[in-house]
Design a protein around this ligand. Sequence first.
Ligand code: DGL
Length: 271
Amino acid sequence: MKIGVFDSGYGGLTILEKIRERLPQYDYIYLGDNARTPYGTRSFEVVYQYTWQCVKKLFEMDCELVILACNTASAKALRSIQQNELLHYYPNRRVLGVIRPTAERVDALTKTRVVGLVATDGTVQSNSYSLEVGKLFPDIQVINQACPMWVPLIENNEHQSAGADFFVKKYLDQLLAKNASIDTLILGCTHYPLLLQKIEHYLPSHIHIVTQGNIVADSLADYLERHPEIEQACSKGGKTRFLTTESAEKFQSSASIFLQETIEAEHISLD
Ligand code: DGL
């Protein structure tokens, strides 16, 4: 079996990159639903339907374990997939998200117990981070800030432009105006590491920034260690296939913004 990594588009590549650095021996299939991205502004029902369709596709392609490398899909679809589809129809398959492992990390970082979250509209509206962090560490408060322009800037390769400076500063200022005690900031969207330099520039230097790639990679390594039956079933050729619901050529050229390598992509249809 292979390990599936899913995102609405290119953002999950920031997670895949760190997973492959940490666990290079396994075979991966990355699936980007680029034809229907962004998910961040879509309803619960639609994100659930789209995500489940993609996860099912990865199941059909021999991925028994799928990582939702997308906060929006983790926030809006993971629980339903686990409780409806896996429980009743696919008891031997596993789908893991990115929110829980990220929430586990903030305790060690925050002294003020006030943590900021920047994410898509969908993730913010789901309130998933407040709920997940609250379950683990009830004394930590999460202050949410939706950043609807950040994904489009990145997807359009404008993340190094002056326009990006404007929108990075704008949303960070809005967040800090809500609570000046924030000492930790979660980048709760897998696209956002591409804006890291600008975020560091506009954020006061005492605020810790939490990016998810290494966190998810560590959490997958730990999961495989705790589940040797799954680890043993994983094929170990060190290869990755890249699938997209959009054009393969487009994916190949845009993926180079996210990964420091040239890749070959394949178009797939979800029917
Ligand atoms: N990369 C996705 C996430 O982590 C967001 C992109 C989208 O809006 O589809 O939330």
